[in-house]
Design a binder for this molecule. Sequence first.
Ligand code: OAD
Ligand code: ZN
Length: 246
Amino acid sequence: MAKRLAIATELVRSAQRIVCLTGAGVSAESGVATFRDAQSGLWARFDPAQLASQAGFAADPGLVWQWYMQRLQGVAHAAPNPGHVALAHLQARSADFVLVTQNVDDLHERAGSLKVIHLHGQISQFHCNDCGLRYSLAEADRSAVFPPTCGKCGGLIRPSVIWFGEALPESALDAAWHAAGRCDLFLCIGTSGVVYPAAQLPQIARRQGARLIEINPDETPLSPTAEIHLPGPSGVILPQLVAQLG
Ligand code: OAD
Ligand code: ZN
């Protein structure tokens, strides 16, 4: 492990343009549940078709609303962990560092990361499911048992997270694609690498010659293409990496 960490540190030190893709694993040590971990993952305990799709929202808007508002409350009470903080440090000491996340929480921002690209939206933002008008909601609306209605069209307001079958935000996707296509080092951290198009980003980077480092306690479909796999929690490994950079 010490040798792998030393190689990874050298790759980071010599990189000119770094892209980092994070997933739910980065927030796990903050107490935010991942999706696919066998016991604790959200999709092991809840049905994504019911809670993360247009059909599910149409069938039971109150259930979907309450589920997200409960998760939002969990995120609000969570704090960034040393992995988030280390990534903010890494960005601050790099001339060209793009952070792309699949996470809908704001823990990267709260740790000090800038210009975070949110591929899957943000749970603390809202829009009308029918006309798309954006809303910021007061606590009273958030704690209601049913989603508030849109003042413009009467549609239901929903959290601005991407549901299954929905397109990713175009500007975030464009920015992430562009960055992956020009980076010389790609860091893949805390993601199972099975959700597309996000999982395509490390492949794009690899194909155009970027080096690839993965930080994840488990092997993923991306592991075989990674030059270095650092097996362990990002909240432990990232601070070690940043410390070694000096
Ligand atoms: P997953 O739950 O699929 O994967 C989490 C990954 O984090 C797994 O590979 C774990 O091994 C790893 N992991 C667990 N604890 C970790 C730790 N302490 N440090 C580092 N890694 C750790 O989550 P994502 O890959 O983010 O979509 O899932 C992708 C998308 O699927 C999510 O954005 C979400 C979900 O459906 C939307 O919300 C649209
Ligand atoms: Zn509307």
